[in-house]
Structures are given as C-alpha cells and as structure tokens.
Design a protein. Structure first.
Length: 104
C-alpha cells in the first residue's frame, strides 16, 4: 500500500505491507523491494533494495514499511512519469503498486 499516487519531484513515497507465514513450519523470508523507474525513452528499469530477513513462526505476521526518496542525486537521474514499487520475497515478486513521479 502506498501513501500517495502522485509524488512530487524530489519527494518520497512511503509503502507498507503485511506478511504472514501461512505454513506449518518456521519460515525465513528474505524481503526486498523493487522500484520500477521510468526512463527517458519511456521504458522501465528496475532496482532492488534490501529490506530484511526475518524468521517467522507459523501464522506469525510482520508489517514492513519503508520510504523511498526521489531526491536529486548525482548517481541516479529520475525522470517524471509512471513508476511502480513491488515487494520481492525469496525472489518472488508481488503485484506492483503504481504511482506517478511529477515533473519538477
């Protein structure tokens, strides 16, 4: 879940998710998030960021939250347009949450 669907250039977007172990045994998920960046040519590129690795007992639930910044950096150039964030748990990617990065 995103806190907004329109992000001002230089701003940030916050996302939250609830993860539950539905198995009968302890699980140790590696939880990452993937940002799908809009490129100047209209295509998308992805970048994966580490969140956590945690042991979950059967039926245990955790809540993850993170804020991703789109401030101006010398190492990465941001382009206005459609972007997305998705969780990745043990290499399996969830559905994307779409948002729009607004022009400066």
């Amino acid at each position: 879940m995103l806190d907004r669907t329109r992000v001002p250039f230089g701003g940030s977007v916050r996302f939250t998710a609830t993860i539950r172990n539905t198995g009968a045994e302890d699980a140790r998920p590696a939880i990452d998030y993937v940002v799908h960046h809009h490129r100047a040519d209209g295509s998308r590129s992805t970048r994966t960021f580490k969140l956590m690795t945690r042991t979950l007992a059967p039926d245990e639930t955790i809540r993850v939250a993170r804020e991703h910044s789109f401030r101006l950096l010398t190492t990465r150039r941001h382009h206005p347009g459609p972007h997305a964030i998705a969780l990745q748990i043990n290499g399996v990617t969830s559905d994307r949450a779409e948002f729009e990065l607004q022009a400066p």
